[in-house]
Design a protein around this ligand. Structure first.
Ligand code: ZN
Length: 399
């Protein structure tokens, strides 16, 4: 069986067995390719990733880790849905999450998508065995292990040297492990400037941050309300199915249906019943995951730039910020290539655009100054407007 965060897919491309979930199946279909035997769980895998992100920031005990996992709302298959210390240890030690499989003490690369990199996996193993800890590394480099050389694919490493005068200096360079590489070393400040620019592109200011949080709370409330009416409807569907089952049994006992028809129909009704029961079970938790994800996203977008630029913030937190917002960081001729993780790509590529529904844009977000251009009159209409959040697509009344 695959570990939590992954789903087994059967030969027909369906989520196997009792883990079948309509919502997850639908979102797997949006991948637009034929499914592999093991796929990342579209709802749970991002939560597992955020658990690893949290774990990688600083020393955590297994007890804290279990608490954090339970706080994320990921359900365990045992112990009343809670995670125990030993289950957390198994997760942290499982190479499956880094795309590998263990068979008779040997590791093989799997065909499934990893949730963490093999570097992160080996970091975790060192922390667990007490050999090293990110907090104990005194002179670490912020970008160590995060950037690759675009020319030869090796890691960019930090180097610290002493001049004859005794003054220390640092630079970053391609490790050149695979032989020759023409890339020149870079001063840390040359990378800093580019990283600051990338983080500034997803920055949202205090006002937008507050507003977005209000909007998602409102959106959440309306989702819950919708959820409530669905649950009522599903409850009615269930009692209708029970009635049908009772009628079917009567028909069977009075011998007005054949045994084969009775069994076929009964199975059909029971399947339908299990499907509805599953929907009732899943509904609430997926809405809560959604709220948690959205809040974390806006918090990160608001804090990332200032935290990263703050000299008092420790290196492990800065690494964590970079890991959560960017991926596939590569250096070529001194230029940092960077991909934004979803959904930060939306903030980076689109102007954050909060518009009243059905009218022209009335606020212009200026990315350079991170502020809105507006007039007092427009603020009035803002307060009365129904606005559409371009990130979560939620329509809510502001204030
Ligand atoms: Zn290189």
């Amino acid at each position: 069986m695959t570990p939590i965060g992954y789903l087994n897919i059967d030969a027909d491309g369906k989520i196997a067995g009792k883990f079948y979930d309509h919502e997850k199946q639908t979102s797997l279909i949006t991948l637009g390719r034929s499914l592999r035997r093991v796929e990342k769980d579209p709802l749970i895998a991002p939560l597992i990733r955020s658990f690893f992100d949290w774990y990688l920031v600083e020393p955590r005990t297994l007890k804290q880790s279990a608490q954090y996992m339970n706080h994320l709302g990921i359900k365990s298959p045992r112990f009343k849905g809670k995670y125990s210390i030993s289950m957390i240890e198994r997760i942290l030690k499982n190479p499956f999450y880094s795309g590998q499989m263990r068979y008779e003490h040997e590791l093989f690369s799997g065909v499934h998508d990893p949730i963490i990199t093999s570097r992160e996996f080996s970091d975790i193993q060192s922390y667990l065995s007490g050999k090293s800890h990110p907090m104990l590394v005194k002179h670490d480099f912020v970008y160590r292990g995060l950037i690759q050389c675009a020319e030869c694919g090796c890691s960019i490493v930090g180097v610290r040297k002493k001049k004859l005068s005794g003054k220390e200096y640092e630079y970053y360079t391609c490790s050149k492990r695979r032989g020759t590489c023409g890339q020149k070393p870079l001063k840390p400040a040359e990378i800093d400037i580019q990283v600051h620019e990338k983080l500034q592109a997803v920055y949202i200011d205090e006002r937008v941050w507050e507003l977005c949080k209000k909007l998602i709370k409102l959106h959440f409330a309306s989702q819950l309300e919708k959820q409530g009416s669905h649950v009522e409807q599903w409850g009615r569907d269930l009692s209708l199915l029970d009635k049908k089952l009772a009628n079917l049994l009567d028909a069977h006992l009075s011998e007005t249906v054949t045994k084969e028809d009775y069994i076929a129909k009964k199975n059909e009704l029971l399947n339908e019943k299990a499907h509805i029961e599953q929907k009732i079970k899943d509904g609430g938790s997926s809405t809560r995951h959604w709220l948690l994800d959205a809040e974390t996203f806006f918090d990160k977008a608001h804090h990332a730039f200032t935290r990263f630029a703050d000299p008092d913030v420790d290196i492990s937190e800065k690494k964590q910020i970079l890991r959560s917002i960017g991926w596939n960081l590569r250096l070529f001729d001194g230029n940092l290539e960077w991909h934004y993780k979803k959904p930060f790509d939306i903030l980076a590529t689109q102007i954050l655009d909060l518009q009243p529904v059905g009218t022209n844009a009335f606020v212009n977000y200026n990315k350079k100054t991170s502020s809105f251009a507006e007039s007092p009159l427009l603020i009035e209409s803002w307060r009365d407007a129904w606005v559409q959040c371009q990130i979560c697509r939620g329509v809510s009344r502001a204030f």
